[in-house]
Design a protein around this ligand. Structure first.
Ligand code: SF4
Length: 189
């Protein structure tokens, strides 16, 4: 069974979407928790008996249907940012702003994203609230670009960075103090 990594944070674009194969109804909302009553109501109207763990079933099916929603397999350990990781992230943002808040070219970001998508260090990473707020602020201020592989990107468990953002940053804006990367990593090119 799959579970959604962040149920309470900023909804994934274009929101939470559940296509119910039982009723044919597509449920869509910016809040995951607003989906459940809609599903329950549609099942009741169609005489469908919900299984005991029906919310978990809905979430699992939603994960399978929507690669844009960040999910992980049940029991898969989640890595968390440490204070040192948060410090490096803050330092990278400072360097990035000082360097003119530039992003790399689309071609470069696509190349990096393709490497990260296949990397075994690409896994769910729990980020702290301060970092989440900083990311939200950056997204709102800059509307940072996307790659065609964003739906495959999670966090990098070497540095605990959010890969969707990291692949867009110039190398000289990334603080990698104390971190080593595998041979195949684009940061070693
Ligand atoms: S180690 Fe390098 S290639 Fe692998 S996920 Fe991290 S940044 Fe991407």
């Amino acid at each position: 069974m799959k579970d959604i990594v962040n149920k309470n944070t900023t909804p994934p674009s274009p929101g939470f979407v559940f296509t119910d194969s039982r009723t044919g109804i597509v449920h869509k909302d910016l809040s995951l928790f607003a989906i459940f009553p809609k599903v329950a109501k549609s099942w009741e109207a169609n005489g469908i008996q919900p299984p005991d763990n029906w919310k978990a079933v809905v979430i699992h099916e939603m994960c399978e249907q929507n690669p844009h929603i960040e999910c992980r397999e049940e029991g898969e350990p989640e890595e968390h940012m440490t204070l040192a990781d948060a410090y490096r992230f803050g330092s990278s943002v400072t360097k990035w702003i000082a360097g003119g808040a530039q992003f790399v070219s689309n071609e470069e970001a696509e190349l990096r994203a393709a490497i990260c998508a296949k990397c075994h260090y690409n896994k769910p990473v729990g980020i702290c609230w301060n970092c989440h707020s900083l990311l939200k602020w950056m997204g709102e201020r800059t509307g940072w670009p996307e790659t065609s592989r964003d739906h495959e990107l999670r966090g990098c468990t070497r540095c605990k960075c959010v890969l969707k953002l990291k692949v867009q940053l110039p190398l000289d804006a990334i603080d990698n103090t104390g971190i080593s990367y595998p041979e195949h990593c684009w940061q070693r090119c």
